[in-house]
Design a protein around this ligand. Structure first.
Ligand code: GDP
Length: 363
């Protein structure tokens, strides 16, 4: 799962990206981090990992991760090729969700590209660029689909109809994520269009250190805007987060307490992205490692196994599954098995958030 950080220049994107991705992720587990400097991994804090570790002695604990991409270069006119222009738009096409950083801090020393701090205008600037880019794609795709539809191709006809609906929304100045689609075939086709404004958005209001609760008037405007779109807002002070990350765990806890925060914004943000994307975790637990894996809600056991390795999905035979509460009650996997609580599940089984699994498979 990958989220792309967007926002105007100087709103704190890089500060936040660096703070989020510096949190000590062992890079050998996540080879992609070392390839691209603007791609990083964020561990998803999960207290259940500690609980499991309390019962199963293990060599290492690996949290679930979210992949983050810092997508710089979005400026007014980007869809027309200004700044990095279309290059960044291609990056957005590949992410599952957008984290939109909005400047809500006043700081005379830090220049705002439009001369003043105004989060709603900023959001609209970015949205406009994304909508303009979508309009271009919609037109290009519609031309092509119309030609194919003339040959009687059913899928192309569906595509033409869908693209027309998208165009209506965009002409109205609305993102296409507002499109209501009941037919699964339409939803599938829509996903294949890969439109930028189809992606779900989590707003990150980058606030002053004295407004960590995000109750100031600027954040409130962002909240109202997000609520109207059915979106979410997380208030973060990127500068504070970047200072926190420099500290060792004890000092960090002390600093968090002194500013009245229960946890670093990283945790809040990771949960926000999880919720936004309808994600959940299951665990594998053994002597070598205890690990959390990310799956979409509704994923079946073979699909879950496929997150570990595609071969595991292909060769899936069955899963042995138990719940965290079983572990708390029986204290060990052996005792769970002896009590007959270790469930054997087949291909149709839909994984539950927090399941602990062993997969059996043919290679
Ligand atoms: P980007 O262009 O969006 O990636 O922005 P940067 O992360 O490079 O930040 C631009 C400037 O704003 C830097 O000088 C940061 O130190 C500063 N900055 C970032 N976050 C905050 C914040 O929460 N408060 C204040 N006062 N300054 C910040």
């Amino acid at each position: 799962m990958e989220a792309g950080i967007v926002g105007l220049p100087n709103v704190g994107k890089s500060t936040l990206f660096n703070a989020l991705t510096a949190a000590g992720i062992a890079s050998e587990n996540y080879p992609f981090c070392t390839i691209e400097p603007n791609v990083g991994a964020v561990a998803v804090p999960d207290p259940r990992l500690d609980t499991i570790q309390g019962f199963i002695k293990t060599q290492k604990v690996i949290p679930a991760i979210l992949q983050l991409v810092d997508i710089a270069g979005i400026v007014r006119g980007a869809s027309e090729g200004e700044g990095l222009g279309n290059k960044f738009l291609t990056h957005i096409r590949n992410v599952d969700a957008i984290v939109h950083v909005v400047r809500c801090f006043e700081d005379g020393d830090i220049i705002h590209v439009d001369g003043s701090v105004d989060p709603i205008r900023d959001i609209e600037t970015i949205d406009t660029e994304l909508m303009l880019a979508d309009m271009q794609s919609v037109e290009q795709m519609a031309d092509k689909a119309k030609r194919t539809a003339r040959t009687g191709d059913k899928d192309a006809k569906r595509r033409v109809a869908l693209l027309e609906k998208c165009k209506e929304l965009l002409d109205d100045g609305k993102p296409v994520r507002g499109l209501q689609l009941d037919d699964p075939a339409d939803r599938k086709e829509f996903a294949m269009l890969q439109l930028l404004t189809a992606k779900r958005v989590l707003y990150v209001a980058n606030v002053e250190e004295d407004d960590l609760a995000g109750e100031g008037p600027l954040v409130q405007k962002v909240r109202d805007r997000a609520a109207a779109e059915g979106g979410e807002v997380v208030a973060v002070c990127a500068r504070l987060e970047s200072e926190l990350i420099e500290l060792d765990p004890e000092d960090r806890a002390e600093m968090l307490e002194s500013v009245g925060l229960k946890e670093p914004a990283l945790a809040v943000l990771a949960r926000g992205i999880y919720t936004l994307l309808g994600l959940q975790s299951y665990f594998t637990a053994g002597e070598k490692e205890v690990r959390a894996w990310t799956i979409p809600e509704g994923a079946t056991a073979p699909q879950g196994a496929g997150v570990i390795h595609t071969d595991f999905e292909r060769g899936f035979i069955r899963a042995e599954v138990y719940a965290l509460s079983d572990l708390e009650e029986y204290k060990s996997e052996k005792a769970i098995r002896e009590a007959g609580k270790l469930r054997v599940e087949g291909k149709e089984y839909v994984l539950k958030d927090g399941d602990i699994c062993h997969f059996l498979f043919n290679v």
